[in-house]
Design a protein around this ligand. Structure first.
Ligand code: SAM
Length: 315
């Protein structure tokens, strides 16, 4: 092996062409905890190491037997380059040693014995490899988990899926709707038929609750019974019960526009009071489905009518 022309670099101390002995009295010397010795025909070297303040330090010394070339940074001191682990400290010292040896011998014609010693020490120093750097991969952001109440055939599921959320469970009474939903969105989420039987422990962690609770009793087209409707009227309270138990970070509830005016506004007030009492800041608005891509599928007159009179506004 011939002398390397390009040497590994190090950010640590610059090697000098002659050994600079550090006067022990002038520095805070740290006792060595161990050393690696090299003794070869023509050259002796040592790398010493120690731990200091939880960090590792290492220094070197080499001496060609003929005395022509020698250099070193031993003893270990508080000013020694600090490393998180011993492997890197040894690697750093070894690199500096090889660099110092190249600097010391630079411009000299080495005889065969010296060249052999130089090569052998370079090979020995090469065993001190740097520790592989571990790239800390960022944890992938967790997908939000949504609970699909009154899931029907999956309008909310479709929208939530587009945001990257995953389904924690769906609750739907109607058998046919559940079948269609399962075909639309096959998955391993929990399913439940009746919200009155649903309990928080079925679904695990839920970040967002979605649900369009039945609207018949609030709708202008319905009988106006509101909360008093025998089957459907009280389902909002079931929704609120689950929100309270699951404590999601947010929820989206959907109903008909007439919910805002039912019973002179008292129905909506009750709903808002309950949700606010659960600790949520609640916002309401009327949305026009025509503004969400449906106009394209409508006849021109209906679409124009929706454009002119539609829009979203506070309930
Ligand atoms: C307004 S729709 C919801 C439609 C749904 N958002 C969709 O995209 O298809 C109300 C749904 O609530 C369901 N439902 C009625 N009573 C229920 C109950 N007790 N438990 C669970 N779901 C119920 C109905 O079958 C209906 O599918």
């Amino acid at each position: 092996m011939s002398r390397p022309s390009v040497l590994r670099t190090t950010t640590a101390k610059q090697a000098k062409s002659t050994a600079t002995a550090v006067p022990a009295s002038a520095v805070n010397v740290i006792p060595k905890q161990g050393e690696h010795l090299f003794d070869h025909d023509g050259v002796k070297a040592v790398i010493q190491f120690a731990q200091h303040n939880g960090q590792w330090i290492a220094e070197y010394r080499f001496r060609f037997r003929c005395g022509a070339f020698h250099a070193g940074t031993i003893p270990l001191t508080i000013n020694s380059e600090q490393h998180a682990n011993l492997q890197n400290a040894l690697h750093d010292a070894a690199c500096r040693m090889v660099q110092a040896m190249a600097t010391a011998t630079n411009g000299h014609r080495l005889n065969k014995r010296q060249q052999k010693a130089f090569d052998a020490l370079t090979v020995w120093a090469d065993q001190f490899k740097a520790a592989p750097t571990t790239v800390q991969s960022k944890p992938a952001p967790q997908s939000k988990r949504f609970l699909d109440l009154f899931s029907g055939v999956g309008g909310f599921h479709l929208a939530m899926k587009k945001t990257g959320a995953v389904c924690a469970g769906s609750v739907e009474l109607d058998t046919s709707a559940r079948k269609t939903y399962a075909e639309n969105f096959p998955g391993d989420y929990v399913t439940c038929d009746d919200i009155r039987k649903a309990v928080a422990s079925m679904f695990g962690k839920v970040d967002i609750v979605c649900g369009g609770f039945p609207c018949q009793s609030f709708s202008q087209a319905g009988d106006g019974e509101g909360f008093d409707h025998k089957d459907k009227g009280a389902l909002f309270f079931e929704t609120a019960r689950l929100i309270g138990d699951l404590a999601p970070e947010s929820f989206i509830l959907e109903n008909v526009e007439a919910l805002g005016s039912h019973d002179g506004g008292k129905t909506l007030d009750t709903i808002l009071d309950i949700l606010t009492d659960l600790g949520y800041a609640v916002q309401t608005c009327v949305l026009n489905s025509g503004e969400f891509g449906f106009l394209a599928n409508m006849d021109a007159d209906t679409a124009r009518d929706l454009r002119e009179h539609g829009g979203h506004r506070p309930l």
